[in-house]
Design a protein around this ligand. Structure first.
Ligand code: C5P
Length: 411
């Protein structure tokens, strides 16, 4: 964003207090920021706050001789490299959709040729209202980029979609080139092994290093996605732009995945989840006993199969690490777990698979395949993410066509 001119429009929602942080982060990224506030926004935050953090005068009035003498709406519209409205209220989105120009910000949005980016923030019921949804669709059709909103607890006490995307995520999204393969998508990745505790000092684990999962998370973030990664016990640095939750056992991994996966577009199950866990975990270290010991094991949840079975769930991509009959076993897993895609790799040979930097992947999906070949886990992760993004787009265009076909014909 070095030297980029950004006009930040702030409208009247409680999320306006976060916009001061957004200005700071935009400036950290190298942008020059000028803030335009609506009257509603000024009820929440004083213009002086934005003047102090942006280092520029704040613009509030359309019909004000002094303001127009400084930098009028047309000059501001021309100055802007991009116009970002965050937070954008339901009212502002409606006015924008209908081309109203009754204050400085709405007039500037009409007068500019700069790309327009809108980060909605409102009560979940207002967001879900067909009027708001239709307005957003209309804006998107006109090329306006809509980022968020996120789901969660709201200032009004409700829980649901309507929270403004966090300033750091907004800046990350703004720094992603438009048209990046996974721009504005939410991707969830599991990575690493799981440790199934036997007692306070012993566990059942496996040799997964987590490198492949971390590489997939990094590649998805680089392709513009918001990435949530649920990682088993590994000591690897978190890739930039990835939100990481650390877990230990399969049950904890499943519970965490189910919490974050709601509304996600794409799920990569890269973790080497243990198939079984001890039926009971001893509270104290087990003592040495007779020559033969039995460990009573119970099945773990199949996380990716549970995600694949979700109604309106994300597209699911699994991994199959096999030592023999690679394609056959991977195809069996693809259909048994009802996955959309599976990345098959051979393990047990020197130089690829677990604990290695290198890997070799055969990508399979119902009715198709692509050999991604041999390469570093990072290269393969990029190819895999790009192939999955292609499939996601194909899948959605088929769904749209099916929806249209199933609508009763008019006339
Ligand atoms: O262990 P398996 O070979 O069946 O793993 C295939 C795929 O299923 C992998 O993507 C793995 O992450 C996922 N998996 C899972 N939960 C399990 C077992 C496997 O998500 N309990």
């Amino acid at each position: 964003m070095n030297g980029e001119n950004i006009v930040l429009g702030v409208t009247g929602g409680i999320a306006a207090y976060k916009s001061a942080e957004l200005v700071r982060r935009l400036r950290d990224a190298g942008a020059d920021v000028r803030v335009v506030m609506t009257r509603g926004a000024r009820a929440f935050v004083a213009p002086l706050t934005f003047q102090a953090v942006s280092g520029n005068p704040v613009h509030t009035e359309l019909l004000d001789d002094k303001a127009e003498a400084g930098m009028g709406h047309i000059e501001l519209a021309r100055w802007a490299g991009r116009v970002v409205v965050a937070p954008a209220t339901a009212d502002f989105i409606a006015r924008l959709a209908h081309g109203l120009a009754d204050d400085l910000l709405s007039t500037l949005c009409l007068a500019t040729t700069a790309p327009l980016i809108v980060a909605p923030a409102m009560n979940q019921q207002m967001w879900s209202h067909p009027a708001t949804q239709d307005n957003c669709r209309l804006l998107e059709e006109r090329g306006v980029r809509i980022i968020g909103p996120e789901s969660g607890s709201q200032a009004c006490g409700d829980t649901g979609p309507g929270r403004m995307t966090e300033p750091s995520d907004l800046v990350a999204a703004l720094m992603t080139p438009p048209g990046a393969a996974l721009a504005d998508r939410h991707v969830v990745v599991t990575a690493g092994p799981t440790y199934e505790d036997i007692d306070p000092v012993r566990f059942i684990g496996n040799r997964s290093s987590g490198r492949m999962g971390f590489a997939v998370a990094a590649a998805a973030a680089a392709a513009g996605a918001r990435v949530s990664m649920v990682a088993g016990p590994v000591r690897l640095p978190t890739p930039p732009g990835v939100e990481r939750t650390d877990v230990r056992g399969a049950v904890e991994m499943r519970d965490t995945v189910m919490r974050v996966v709601r509304g996600a577009d794409l799920f990569f199950g890269v973790a080497a989840v243990a198939d079984y866990r001890p039926r009971q975990q001893a509270g104290q270290k087990l003592k040495k006993g007779p020559d033969r010991q039995h460990l009573d094991l119970v099945s773990n949840p199949d996380i990716i199969a549970e995600v694949a079975a979700l109604e309106d769930g994300p597209m699911t991509v699994g991994f199959a690490a096999e030592t023999e009959q690679l394609e056959q076993h991977a195809r069996e897993k693809l259909s048994a777990k009802r996955l959309d895609m599976i990345a098959a790799n051979r393990v047990g040979r020197a130089g690829t698979g677990f604990e290695s930097e290198q890997n070799e992947i055969l990508l399979l999906w119902p009715g198709g395949e692509r050999h991604l070949g041999k390469g570093s886990k990072r290269q393969l992760a990029r190819s895999l993410v790009s192939a999955a993004a292609d499939r996601l787009r194909d899948r959605e265009s088929i769904e749209t066509r099916t929806d249209q076909d199933s609508r009763p014909a008019s006339g």
